[in-house]
Design a protein around this ligand. Structure first.
Ligand SMILES: [Zn+2]
Length: 269
């Protein structure tokens, strides 16, 4: 599933092709892709609106229109592209939006888990999200206090979008390895010093992911190459880049998790 750096990359690529375009018509090919409003209301309301901006919030894309916001979550296999010239729908297309200047925005999604909303107020969707890890709000002090206020295992807590927005399985494993923390560590046992290191590690892996245009793994290839620079993710049996120990794969909260048993020791175990 695309995480923060992948969604950021998609937005950077889409922005120049979408800004200022007007929506001429829409074609919804799979009704369940659209969560709200009803298909009839969607077509009626979105027509003639203009694309004013495009942002990322957590793993969502937010397209700001004249009076509404088009919100998209790609989930497992969703992809967005802008095509120039005539467009013929393809097998996995779920929503096609005809734009001015002979452009078409295509949402394709082979596995059909992706979702689209058209809302007046994005807070309806973003209400329960935690802070953005690349924002000023995400400081070591905030992270320390937030970790102390919970008694949960570190990895499932970091994956919880209501705690912190945008991290998924890949970047969580990478950040925990960089911070030398075991994914099962209890959140309230983290010291201020460890919280500082973890805050820095989360930022660093996300920024590196963005610099490398995200990772191309488990989902549609979009040109990113961060998968060639993973420290631990998917590298079980290979050498830890820090100490050379063989990386292990364990299961944490039903998610495959990659650790170095030498660098990431579970305290009090
Ligand atoms: Zn190691």
């Amino acid at each position: 599933m695309p995480e923060l750096p992948e969604v950021e990359t998609i937005i950077r690529n889409l922005r120049p092709a979408l800004l200022g375009k007007q929506i001429l018509s829409t074609n919804l090919l799979w009704n369940r892709t659209l969560v709200s409003p009803s298909p009839a209301m969607f077509h009626k309301r979105i027509r003639e609106q203009q694309v004013q901006d495009i942002f990322r919030r957590a793993k969502f894309l937010q397209i700001k229109l004249s009076t509404s916001h088009l919100i998209i979550h790609l989930r497992m296999s969703g992809d967005l592209l802008v095509v120039l010239g005539g467009y013929q729908p393809e097998k996995h297309d779920r929503l096609i939006i005809k734009l001015s200047d002979d452009r078409t925005l295509v949402f394709s999604d082979p596995r059909k888990f992706g979702r689209v909303w058209l809302v007046d107020d994005p807070a309806e969707i973003f209400n329960n999200l935690g802070p953005e890890p690349l924002s000023d709000e995400f400081t070591p002090a905030w992270l320390y206090t937030a970790l102390q206020s919970q008694h949960r295992q570190l990895k499932p807590l970091l994956l919880d979008q209501s705690f912190l927005a945008g991290l998924g399985n890949i970047y969580t494993d990478e950040a925990l390895h960089m911070a030398r923390l075991h994914p099962l560590t209890s959140s309230d046992s983290i010291t201020m010093e460890e919280a500082e290191i973890l805050q820095m590690a989360i930022r660093e892996v996300l920024e590196e992911g963005i610099r490398r245009n995200g990772a191309s793994i488990d989902w549609v290839y979009r040109g990113g190459d961060f998968q060639n620079h993973f420290r631990v993710y998917g590298r079980q049996g290979e050498a830890c880049p820090v100490c050379g120990t063989k990386i292990e794969r364990i299961v944490v909260g039903q998610r495959g998790t990659h650790i170095c048993p030498t660098c990431q020791v579970l305290a009090n175990a």
